[in-house]
Ligand binder design. Structure first.
Ligand code: GTP
Ligand code: MG
Length: 171
C-alpha cells in the first residue's frame, strides 16, 4: 500500500509534567516501558497510526537540558507541549518556556500545530484546561492551530482525543 506520511513531533514541557508517560501510552502495548524514569537529554520514539508514521522527540524538561530543545525546532512538523496541571507554582515557568518557544526564529513563522496536554487532571488540586488556557495566554496564539486536552497519562485518558486532533492537521 501507500507509504505512511511521516510526521516529526517534538514533545516539550517542564520536567515531571508527564511527557514520557504520555509518549509511552501512545506506543503499541508490547513496546511500552514498564517503569519510566526522568529523561536524560532526549529519547526518540516511533509509532504508527492507521494513516501516519510518527517520530517523537521526547525531550527532557529539566532546566539543564532545555537548551537542547531549539536544535529540533527546524525539523518538527508538530509540537506537543505538556503541562502538569497540579504544578501551580511552576505555571509561570511553563509560560516562560512556551513564550520563548513561540518567539524562536525557527518556530514563529511556521504554522505548525501545537497540542497542549493539561496533564495530571486526576490530581485533587489540578487546574482545569480553561484555567491553564488563561494562565498560559493560549488565546493569544494567532498564527498556529492549537488545541488543549485534559489528560491523565497514567490511565491514558484524553490522549487519543489529542492525537486525533493532531492527525487531522496532517492527513
Ligand atoms: P522529564 O523527562 O524529567 O522532563 O519528565 P517527563 O515530563 O517526561 O515526566 P514523566 O513522564 O517522567 O512523569 C513524571 C511523573 O509524573 C512520573 O512519576 C509519572 O508517573 C507521573 N505522571 C505522569 N502523568 C501523570 C498523570 O496524568 N497523573 C499523575 N497523577 N501522575 C502522572
Ligand atoms: Mg521524560
Amino acid at each position: 500500500g501507500l507509504r505512511k506520511k511521516e510526521v516529526n513531533v517534538l514533545c516539550l514541557g517542564l520536567d515531571n509534567s508527564g511527557k514520557t508517560t504520555i509518549i509511552n501510552q501512545l506506543k503499541p502495548a508490547n513496546t511500552q516501558a514498564q517503569d519510566i524514569v526522568p529523561t536524560i537529554g532526549f529519547n526518540i520514539e516511533k509509532f504508527k497510526t492507521s494513516s501516519l508514521s510518527f517520530t517523537v522527540f521526547d525531550m527532557s524538561g529539566q532546566g539543564k537540558y532545555r537548551s537542547l530543545w531549539e536544535h529540533y525546532y527546524k525539523d518538527s512538523h508538530a509540537i506537543i507541549f505538556v503541562i502538569d496541571s497540579g504544578d501551580k507554582l511552576r505555571m509561570v515557568v511553563a509560560k516562560e518556556e512556551l513564550d520563548t518557544l513561540l518567539k524562536h526564529e525557527d518556530i514563529c513563522n511556521k504554522k505548525i500545530p501545537v497540542l497542549f496536554f493539561a496533564n495530571k487532571m486526576d490530581l485533587q488540586d489540578a487546574m482545569s484546561s480553561n484555567k491553564i488556557t488563561q494562565a498560559l495566554s493560549l488565546e493569544s496564539i494567532q498564527d498556529k492551530p492549537w488545541h488543549i486536552c485534559a489528560s491523565n497519562a497514567i490511565k491514558g485518558e484524553g490522549l487519543q482525543e489529542g492525537l486525533d486532533w493532531l492527525q487531522g492537521k496532517h492527513t
